[in-house]
Design a protein around this ligand. Sequence first.
Ligand code: PMP
Length: 428
Amino acid sequence: MKTDKSERLFTEAVEIIPGGVNSPVRAFQAVGGSPRFIDRAEKQYIYDVDGNEYIDYIGSWGPMILGHKNEQVQVAVQEAIDKGLSFGAATEIEVEMAKLICDIVPSIEMIRMVNSGTEAVMSAIRVARGYTARNKVIKFEGCYHGHADAMLVKAGSGVMTSGVPDSAGVPAGCAEDTLTAVYNNLESVEKLFVENTGEIASLIVEPIAANMGVILPQEGFLQGLREICTREGALLIFDEVITGFRLQLEGASGYFGIKPDLITYGKIIGGGMPVGAYGGRKDVMQVVSPVGAVYQAGTLSGNPVAMRAGITQLRILKDHPEIYRKINGYGERLRSGLRDLVKKYEIPCVVNGIGSLSCIFFTKEPVVDYVSAKTSDTIMFGRYFNHMLNKGHYIGPSQFEAIFLSAAHTEEDIHRFLEDAEEFFKQC
Ligand code: PMP
């Protein structure tokens, strides 16, 4: 595979952009080699600047759930562009977007748009603190909630990959009020509530952890969190930046039938444009300015082009439930195919996943939390990644990222993926 142009660009980039990239995982640091510079994308394919074609299993880390360049989304964006790029003022489409999400997700009574998942989480935490007049927040080891100071404590994927447990530049005071519990372990949560009675504003969780690989909540875990938070007067926040509108239309809260007090969303509601949102109980959301005392703002929030892209994508998802049947079915097929291969070649691997999210861990242990995820052989993952990349499958360049399927993927793609994975396992 010819990669001269990508390599040249990377050499130039590292001189003027930290690590050559605008978000760390893109640098391929965890898997070795030079990142591919992407030129364009179409349906399930992406193309790099050297003209190589890959089947894309990242999908911009989730939002391209319909595949790239969905015709309706593209047309809608072009129409929005014709009306102007940004007004910094109230628009009809923001009302449409809020109505659509409130209509789809039962626990959302009020919602505010922001520009990224990080902003959504940062704002939701502030709201929870403002509402409860308490300071402390519980998160889980290995869950990633964006890069706001208070959330960079035992935060998964990118941070986990580079082996930096916490970020420099985060004042101790900012992290002091962030307590960490063990995913899938209610006792660790109870303990924190006992030790900090009356002080915990909220507990934030990825209802399906997707930033330490993919880890499913065990039976009763999320329900347990709901019960503890209700009992203790803390707000339960589901971070659905990955699971929202992906696991099923109503996201993880709908899938598990649990009503969090707040939900955070990210990229998927922008259809590929930079969008995030947080919403939930009306009495809680009414603490947000200008109605309430919790300040939160954004010049480009609710940007008309981004709203049009997102609404068009969400409407397609709402009107076509068969999309979820398809991508979730392919997810099942991919996981069962990989499990068969692991068994056949006796590879110490665990395949986790649900719906259109999957992950293969190079470890013998069941992966249920951060500690078990860390037992994975990341060197082996790097070899697997590079094998798959060279065969034309573009998966996340880290052990701790998910494989994302889109409506543009085909049976043939899954078949090819398994065939090429088999070639790797055979030579292991
Ligand atoms: N929360 C979760 C669960 C995420 O996976 C991410 C990023 N993938 C974020 C928050 C942060 O979102 P963003 O990168 O848009 O700031």
